[in-house]
Each structure stands twice: as C-alpha cells, then as structure tokens.
Design a protein around this ligand. Structure first.
Ligand code: BES
Ligand code: ZN
Ligand code: ZN
Length: 496
C-alpha cells in the first residue's frame, strides 16, 4: 500500500473515499466535522440531529456522492469522547476505516485528520493503524477475492508547511507497522510451514536484507555450548533446534550505554511433550513462537530506526514433541549456566529454552534483559486477553518499560515477584524444578524460573500468552496474531 501526504484543501480532494473522525454527542465543532458540514450544505448537522451520527467509538457512516466535495464517498468514523482521543484511538479508527472500505472493494482512500491534529504523531498513527489493519491471515486460502484491497492511502489535513513532519510520521509508522506485520506473518504460519530451521532461515534472510549481523547456531553448536535446557525440549522432536542470534550495533555507540538483550520464546509447536496437552484447541499452539517472532520484528524495525544502543536478540527455537526420545517427567537436565533442573512437567518447556537463551544473551554482553514468551495459561486466567503480564527484577528498568508501554498504547500490568514465590520452585532432587509445587501463582513461578538465569542483570519478563493471539477479528485487526509487545519494546530501545 502506497501512503502519501496530501496538502490540498478538503473540498478538492479527489478520492474513492474521504475518511474523517467525529466525536460523541454530535459535537460538530471538533475535528473536520464543522468544515465538512459547511461544504455539504449542513448534511452532517442533519445526520447528527436525527441521531444517525452518534460519534460512538468506531461507528461507521458511509455516505455516497456527497454534495460539495469531490470525493466519491464520505466515511465518518466515530472516535468516542474528544477528551479521551489519542493516538491509540486514531490507530484503531484508521485501521477500522481501512478494513470497512476494503471489504466494500474501495481501493483508494484519503484520511483527513482534524484541524489542529496535523502532527508527526497523528500521521504515524494513521499510517501504522492502516498498515496493521490491512494485514490478513488468508495466505493459504486459494479462493481469495482479489478485488478486496486498498492500494493507496493519502493522509490529508496537513498544510505545505506541515508536510515534512507528516512525511516523517508516515515513514516511522511504516517501519513499525511492517515490523509488526512481519512478526504476525511468522506467528500465522502453521508449524509444518515454520519449523525451527525455517524460522532461522527467515530470520537470517531478514537480517541480511536489513544489514544486521546474524548467527544461527545449529544443533551441533547448541550441544557444543552445553545448552542442555534447550536440547532437552528439542530431543523429543525429529526437527532440530536452532538458536537465532541477531545483533544491531549502532554506528557511534554511546560509552557506557546499556546493551539490551531481547530474548524471545520460539516453540514452533507445543504439544506439551510427554505431559501432553488435551486435543481441544491444541492447534493454537503454533503461536507458541510469538515471543521470538516479536523480537525478530523489533530487530527489523531497529535496523531502520537506528537507535544509539546495541541490541542483541536471542531466539531459542524448537518444537515440543512427545517423540520416543522425548524427555520425561522427573528427568534432570543441566542448563548452559550449570544449574540443574528437575523437569516435573514437560509442558513447562518455554522457561527451559529461555533459561539458555537468557544465559547466552548475558554471555554475549547484554547488560539489560527483556524476554517475551507465551509462557503460561495462568496469565490468561489473571489478565485475560487484555493486559500483557509484566515481571521484573529491577524496578527502575521495569518502570522504563511500563512508561514505554503507556507511550506506545499497549496495555501491560506488573505482577509481584516476592521471594516467597521463589521457594515454590526450589528443587527436591536438583537445583530447581520447572513447575511450582502446586500452590498457584503459575505465571509468577514461571517468571521466577527465568529470573534464576538472569541473575543480577536487570531483567523483565513479558508473558504474552493471553495477548499474542486474537480469537476474534476486531474492526481494526484481523483474527489471529497481534504482534503485541513490539511497539513497546521499540519505544523502550529507541528512548534509551
Ligand atoms: N505454551 C504454553 C502456555 C500457553 C497457554 C500459551 C495458553 C498460550 C496459550 C506453555 O508452554 C505451557 O504449556 N505452560 C503450562 C505450564 C504449566 C505446565 C506449569 C501451562 O500454562 O499450563
Ligand atoms: Zn508448554
Ligand atoms: Zn509453550
């Protein structure tokens, strides 16, 4: 989709559909409603009076051949209350408008931002919302309707003098949205099309295209480095594991700057292993590599945004299968760090591969860690599909992340990490055990397990099991992978 900035006055915008947002309570003094009302001879005022325009969030009113403007259609999208309007709403409005028009075979749209809203942030939000909204999960459908596409989005409401900031916003929005869609595309792949080997190939291709350094460790190198925790999960599958390492190094690194380690869980399919999962819904476990995909997407974005800090991305990739060589409950494994682990449940495999991932990221020089993982069903119980679960070992580092989440408009909620929970995973026959001893707090004990390998290095864990996958399509987003976490972490790294 081409995205351009348009500086022509509203009446002369020639387009398939002119889109703008209106606010609740029929308030036509805000946004572009007043201007459009005047141009169309009071049309908006009449619709508002009759109650047809309410401005309720994401209400869609499509008007054909409106008088007074050159646009073939006028789409008025409800944006809710004016005082709550922000870039989060704007992204949703843009995405929902695009999906609404695309389904009606419109190909070109012009999105008109409100008077006073012509900023870099709004242009970014519209571009980002539209590109993320445009993403579909129909890759493997053979009966795609090929007249349903948007090939051109113009963003209007900017003056000649504001063109520069607008175009900057569009460029930034495109970088972030395309990185998010890259991650979503990986998550959407079924496990027969995305083995650990194929994921590593795709990651390497992305790194090559973006000029990032890449190192793919195969099963021999993984064994040579004694990554026993990763190997223990991989041994139940005929597909070999991979450890994917992608590094971004700034041109002029600031002396003393942090080195960020981004570690993402990539279980390309989680059957549970010998502690096998029930059949119902197991097909969704193809998204158990969403943490890894998110981190790879972040690296893609960073290659273009060029932050001033070094970032090392480590993605342990494996299947979790109950093959004849699979590890069994009670098995004791030695992680790369030397710690011994009693595997009480082979379905708690994410923390095992992250143990080696986190240790390796530290060994490569990371001074600050963030991991992202679809780690626990318990986080769905605690926070549903609304908030990402946040766990941290260092409050200053965690506060930075929470501030970035706020700025990026992603909902995240911190959970406690009291020492009492650490007791739950003390091992009986080894140093630690991979599940808590039946006292609840499943997401916290999972986090504590990973923390054991982060040691004193400031560390954050994001449990995205509830938020990485959308069970139902939203007006602004297709069903399936969300790419959650990417915007927050891109914000965090670029603001360091
Ligand atoms: N991949 C799952 C977690 C998950 C659950 C992701 C639901 C997405 C949706 C993880 O590997 C797992 O199976 N965790 C177990 C841990 C338990 C055995 C301690 C769980 O949550 O049941
Ligand atoms: Zn599992
Ligand atoms: Zn898993």
């Amino acid at each position: 989709m081409q995205i351009t900035l348009e500086t022509k006055p509203t009446a002369s915008l020639e387009t398939d559909a002119l889109v703008t947002y209106v606010f609740e309570n029929g308030d036509l003094t805000q946004g572009r409603a007043g201007e459009l009302d005047a141009l169309t001879g009071g049309l908006l005022g009449r619709l508002s009076k009759s109650g047809e325009i309410s401005g309720k969030a994401l209400e869609m009113i499509l008007l054909h051949a409106p008088a007074g403007v050159k646009a073939a259609r006028l789409l008025l999208v409800g944006a809710g209350k004016r005082d709550q309007f922000n870039t989060v709403t704007l992204r949703k409005v843009a995405g929902a408008a695009l999906r609404h028009l695309k389904s009606r075979s419109v190909h070109k749209l012009t999105f008109l931002v409100g008077a006073g809203d012509a900023t870099e942030e709004t242009a970014q939000a519209v571009a980002e919302g539209a590109l993320v909204g445009d993403f579909e999960t129909d890759k493997y459908k053979t009966d795609k309707k090929n007249d349903k596409f948007i090939d051109h989005l113009a963003i209007a409401g900017f003056s000649e003098g504001e063109k520069g900031v607008g175009e900057k916003g569009i460029a930034r929005g495109r970088i972030i949205a395309e990185a998010q869609n890259f991650a979503r595309d990986l998550v959407n792949e079924p496990s027969n099309k995305l083995t650990p080997t194929i994921l590593a190939e795709k990651a390497a291709a992305m790194a090559k295209n973006t000029g990032l350094a890449v190192d793919i460790l195969d099963e021999k190198k993984i064994a040579g480095l004694k990554m026993g925790a990763l190997l223990s999960v991989a041994q139940g599958s005929v597909e070999p594991p991979r450890m994917i390492v992608i590094t971004y190094t700034p041109a002029n690194p600031r002396p003393g700057a942090p080195v960020v380690g981004l570690v993402g869980k990539a279980v390309t399919f989680d059957t549970g292993g010998i502690s096998i999962k029930p059949a119902d819904g197991m097909e969704k476990m193809k998204y158990d590599m969403a943490g890894g995909a998110t981190m790879l997407g972040i690296m893609k974005a960073l290659s273009a945004l060029k932050p001033g800090v070094k970032v090392i991305c480590v993605v342990p990739a494996t299947e979790n299968m109950p093959g004849g060589r699979a590890q069994k409950p009670g098995d004791i494994q030695t992680a790369m760090s030397g710690k011994t682990i009693e595997v009480l449940n082979t379905d708690a495999e994410g923390r095992l591969i992250l143990a080696d991932g986190v240790h390796y990221a530290k060994q490569l020089g990371a001074t600050h860690l963030v991991d992202a993982a679809t780690l626990t069903g318990a986080i769905v119980v605690a926070l549903a599909n609304v908030n990402v679960g946040v766990f941290g070992s260092d409050q200053a580092w965690t506060d930075k992340l929470l501030a970035s989440a706020k700025a990026a408009g992603e909902k995240m909620w911190q959970l406690p990490m009291d020492d009492e929970y650490r007791e739950f995973i003390k091992g009986s026959f080894a140093d630690i055990q991979n599940v808590g001893s039946g006292k609840g707090g499943g997401s916290i004990t999972g986090a504590w397990f990973i923390r054991e390998f982060a040691g004193d290095t400031p560390w954050i864990h994001l449990d995205i099991a509830g938020t990485a996958w959308n069970d139902d399509a939203k007006p602004w987003l297709a069903k399936g992978p969300t790419g959650v976490g990417l915007r927050t972490l891109v914000h965090l790294v670029t603001s360091l």
